[in-house]
Design a protein around this ligand. Structure first.
Ligand code: ATP
Ligand code: MG
Ligand code: MG
Ligand code: MG
Length: 564
């Protein structure tokens, strides 16, 4: 393809609204354009990358035996009322009415829709196991859409849902999907890590998140330097893994009458204590004017804001959170309990709420504890928060390290939560009605594009992994208008490379060479070939790999070697 035929609106300046490298470079390279908060248009170049991600995801899903379907984006409220999530999901669920005043929502996920399909269509154990997937647009009204594609409101997800006659069958498909995810993210050229994740109130047995390792990642992940233990911070910090969590709150109860222990609160809410104490929310004063939020669990942020009916919600920098003095101050630290509580201890904070959420189930429980400020809070935090350097809870030999990750995939054993609520049964082998067991498996297809850039860039621009690049090779024709032989040779080389199976972008624009090179570097094609009157005279091509700093003169056979 010739550059004059594909619209690549590059920008010289870094757009002010873009904080993250991936956001900056995807805007500057003309891959995406913003429509409104969390809503982006895929430009021709960006769409080529997105399609490559989709293709790899689709191939690996098909290979794993999952079957592709495509479900509606708009979902009737009745299904969500049946599952109980119409109430529980909160403001992230965008609700709308049709002309008959019937309630609908834009699908943030599709458990309800697929469950409805399954109970209508699947009647016998003989039809199981079955795994359906789709690659489709999702909408979540994120409280703080940011970082471009990374946390959009509208985004593209691959979501799969499996149905089983028993747990043993789910285990097999879960492992198949886990393996498919390993292959998928490897093929996508990403440096990633699968980590144990919390199942929250949903209560299934197992859950893993797949994280692309990047300093800019919103999530903290914990891993051992000795064994293969790796977990996200929530899971690693959960009382089941760490030292007993109840003790400090028990102490609090003794000091401050009326306070409940974690176990008591959990019993009161009808959930297990491992599902509670994920987030400490601190509010000074009865009527918080502003909630200073720290941490990155968007869901908790929404709920906290919602629960407190505050108008303004924003992230606090660590410094801001540490140095903020006096009321009114609210502070939330889902992934950094220790700091949260230290800050609490330093302030005239009056109420500490145990703000617990079951990760996917989206249950919200708000419990006022009325801790006293004299409480020795930092110690209590120690018990629940992992820190780098702690001994590994699994092998006890290794030491834990903390890294940042971008969640690009999530596999999850749903168990029978939806099938019970939505009554999905099949006749089992003995002819009895059996409730099916389910799993669900997501990949952030559009987020992968941003995550790939976070891992592959330099000061000049993006460096696409070979599997994602919008074009394999860029040919720069220098002064092609002035030298027809350059234009002709570049076009001929373009055609031969296309013939050989490469996608080629030929920059035939009437631009200065410096501008042409800068564009090629910015948009991140892995290979660049320069065609000029000078190199033609020597009967060679001038080649440079995107990561290299020097050009190499090569003949065509050598060029082919480099490209392969
Ligand atoms: P996060 O913790 O980042 O909010 P999530 O746990 O809410 O993600 P899941 O419900 O597990 O997301 O959805 C499956 C995948 O969809 C995630 O692993 C992530 O890659 C992607 N995803 C979720 N929310 C967004 C978003 N707002 N923008 C882009 N991708 C997203
Ligand atoms: Mg989320
Ligand atoms: Mg998550
Ligand atoms: Mg998730």
């Amino acid at each position: 393809m010739r550059a004059s035929q594909i619209f690549i609106p590059t920008l010289k300046e870094t757009p002010a609204e873009a904080e993250l490298v991936s956001h900056q470079l995807l805007l500057r390279g003309g891959f995406i354009r913003r429509l409104a908060s969390g809503l982006y248009t895929w430009m021709p170049l960006g769409l080529r990358v997105l399609r490559k991600v989709e293709r790899i995801v689709r191939e690996e899903m098909d290979r794993s035996g999952a079957q592709e379907v495509l479900m509606p984006v708009v979902q009737p409220a009745e299904l969500w009322q049946e599952s109980g999530r119409w109430e529980k999901y909160g403001p992230e669920l965008l609700r709308l009415k049709d002309r008959h005043q019937r309630d609908f929502c834009l699908g943030p996920t599709h458990e309800e829709v697929i469950s409805d399909l399954a109970r209508r269509e699947i009647h016998s154990y003989k039809q199981l196991p079955v795994n359906f997937y789709q690659i489709q647009t999702k909408f979540r009204d994120e409280i703080r859409p940011r970082f471009g594609l990374m946390r959009g409101r509208e985004f593209i997800m691959k979501d799969a849902y499996s149905f089983h006659v028993d747990h043993a069958s789910l285990e097999i498909t879960y492992q198949t999907m886990y393996d498919a995810y390993q292959r998928t993210f490897t093929r996508l050229g990403l440096d990633f890590r699968a980590v144990e994740a919390d199942n929250g109130a949903i209560g299934g047995k197992r859950s893993h998140e797949f994280h692309v390792l990047a300093d800019s990642g919103e999530d903290a992940i914990v891993s051992c330097d000795h064994c293969d233990y790796a977990a996200n911070m929530e899971k690693a910090s959960s009382p089941a893994k760490a030292a007993p969590a109840e003790a400090p709150l028990e102490a609090a109860r003794v000091q401050t009458p009326g306070i409940r222990t974690v176990a008591e609160q959990a019993a009161m809410l009808g959930i297990s204590s491992s599902q509670i104490v994920k987030t400490v929310l601190v509010v000074a004063g009865e009527q918080p004017v502003m909630l200073l939020l720290r941490g990155d669990d968007e869901l908790n942020l929404i709920k906290a804001a919602h629960a407190l009916e505050v108008d303004e919600v924003r992230m606090a920098t660590p410094e801001e959170a540490e140095s903020a003095t006096g009321a009114p101050l609210g502070f939330i630290g889902p992934k950094d309990l220790k700091t949260s509580i230290r800050v609490l201890a330093d302030h005239r904070a009056l109420n500490v709420g145990n703000f617990s959420t079951g990760a996917n189930e989206m249950d919200t429980h708000w419990v006022n504890l009325n801790w006293d400020r004299d409480l020795s809070c930092p110690d209590s935090a120690d018990l629940r928060n992992v820190r780098a350097g702690d001994p590994c809870p699994h092998c006890s030999t290794g030491t834990l390290g903390i890294r940042r990750g971008i969640e690009v995939g999530h596999v999850f054993q749903l168990g029978q939560v939806y099938s019970e609520r939505m009554k999905i049964t099949v006749l089992d082998e003995s002819g009895r009605d059996a409730t099916v067991t389910m799993g669900c498996y997501g990949i952030g297809v559009s987020r992968v594009v941003a995550a790939a850039v976070e891992q592959h860039f330099d000061e000049r621009g993006i460096i696409w992994p070979a599997s994602l690049t919008p074009f394999d090779v860029g040919i720069v024709a220098i002064n092609a208008r002035k030298f027809p032989e350059v234009a002709a040779a570049a076009q001929a080389l373009h055609d031969r490379l296309e013939q050989a199976g490469f996608n080629v972008l030929l920059d035939d624009r009437d631009e200065r060479p410096g501008v042409q090179f800068a564009t090629m570097d910015l948009i991140g094609l892995p290979h660049r070939v320069v065609v000029s009157d000078k190199v033609l005279a020597q009967n060679v091509w001038e080649y440079r790999a995107r990561r290299a700093s020097e050009n190499t003169l090569v003949n065509e056979a050598e060029l082919m070697d480099r490209l392969n």
